[in-house]
Design a binder for this molecule. Structure first.
Ligand code: SAM
Length: 334
């Protein structure tokens, strides 16, 4: 097996793959999607077997951690078949970690099986603990169901991390309470700056809360200490003395973290995006379907990695009132 054959033009080794297994979701979070979304026709999707083949080639080329995302990964039909298939790479030791990012709505159903497949941790996205506000932000979500999902995950021994997008005027006052709640349950938490991806019904300038500001607000009631803790992602962590837990900051807007980017993303149609915030992509579905062997696919991946850009240039301000990239986060997976 080739070790870390994917090195980009800036010397970054690519060992992390995020796979959006569906662009569909059972929520319509207001900063993520428009209410009336047009989803891809099912015939354009890679089959679960094709997704498995694609992931396997990436693993052979040096991917060590793989995250399934979406859309909502757990609404893809027969998704556990793919998880079960991919788990063979955990057993063989080729893959160090298989994880998911989920809205938690289907976790009650799948948590035990995920754990059985070797999934050890999972990120659950929740932006508020208030059931009414939860319904407003997700448009369609039910917080109770998500809570039952988290309980099922904990009962199955999965380590849950809470992800919250920091939204001005929506949850900024509630984030300290969410932090206490998460840490009280032994969960880490990460806050994320909203990114200008895809047309939504709202104005992003109204939603954008720089995390530098949030950090200053948190410092009025908590003692934050920077720690070198890493989960392989772009979050920079602090420890909170009062709760004894960790809080991660993902700051694509106020602090560009591209210099240490170790990841690429594939969509459910087999498009490879080398950067979340740029439009360049490579069509791996064509390479996948052109032959039964994996040589063409491997060459297409190498060519794409050879063009991985230095970084994104997200901007949110009133003059630039357009998304930096036209695709929604649900296409490439957050
Ligand atoms: N459905 C899953 C979930 O809810 O986590 C996985 C996909 S979702 C697109 C992944 C993450 O991206 C979620 O935490 C979501 O809040 C976040 N997200 C979506 N749109 C975003 C945006 N424009 N800026 C920042 N984060 C965003």
């Amino acid at each position: 097996m080739t070790q870390f054959s994917m090195i980009d033009p800036f010397g970054r080794a690519i060992d992390y793959l995020r796979v959006s297994v569906t662009d569909r979701c059972d929520f319509r979070c207001v900063y993520c999607m428009a209410e009336d979304m047009t989803f891809l026709p099912k015939r354009d999707l890679l089959s679960l077997e094709e997704l498995d083949r694609l992931c396997t080639v990436f693993i052979e080329k040096g991917v060590r951690r793989l995250r399934l995302t979406g859309g909502e990964p757990l609404v893809r039909k027969n998704i556990m078949h793919l998880v079960r298939q991919l788990s063979r790479h955990l057993k063989s030791g080729a893959l160090q970690e298989l994880t998911l990012t989920s809205n938690g709505s289907q976790l009650e159903r799948f948590a035990a099986e995920l754990a059985d497949c070797g999934v050890r941790r999972i990120n659950v996205s929740i932006d508020t603990l208030d059931p009414d506000k939860f319904r407003v932000i997700t448009r369609w979500g039910n917080l109770d169901k998500v809570m039952r999902g988290i309980e099922a995950a904990e009962a199955a021994g999965l380590h849950v991390k809470l992800n919250a997008v920091a939204l001005k005027g929506f949850n900024e006052d509630e984030l300290p309470e969410m932090l206490r709640w998460a840490h009280g349950r032994g969960m880490d938490m990460t806050v994320i700056e909203t990114m200008p991806m895809g047309e939504i019904d709202a104005d992003r300038t109204d939603q954008y809360l720089p995390l530098s500001l949030l950090r200053a607000q948190l410092e009025q009631q908590f003692t934050l200490t920077d720690i070198p803790f890493k989960t392989g992602g772009p979050a920079r962590y602090v420890e909170i003395a009062e709760t004894g837990g960790r809080l991660g900051f993902i700051t694509p807007m106020t602090h560009n973290f591209c210099e240490s980017c170790n990841r690429v993303r594939i969509t459910c149609t087999g498009m490879l995006y080398m950067c979340l915030g740029q439009d360049d992509s490579a069509d791996l579905r064509a390479a996948l379907r052109a032959s039964e062997g994996n040589e063409l696919l491997s060459t297409a991946i190498d060519e794409a990695i050879g063009r991985k850009p230095k970084g994104h240039d997200f901007i949110i301000d009133r003059r630039t009132n357009r998304p930096s990239v036209s695709r929604h986060m649900s296409v490439t997976g957050g």
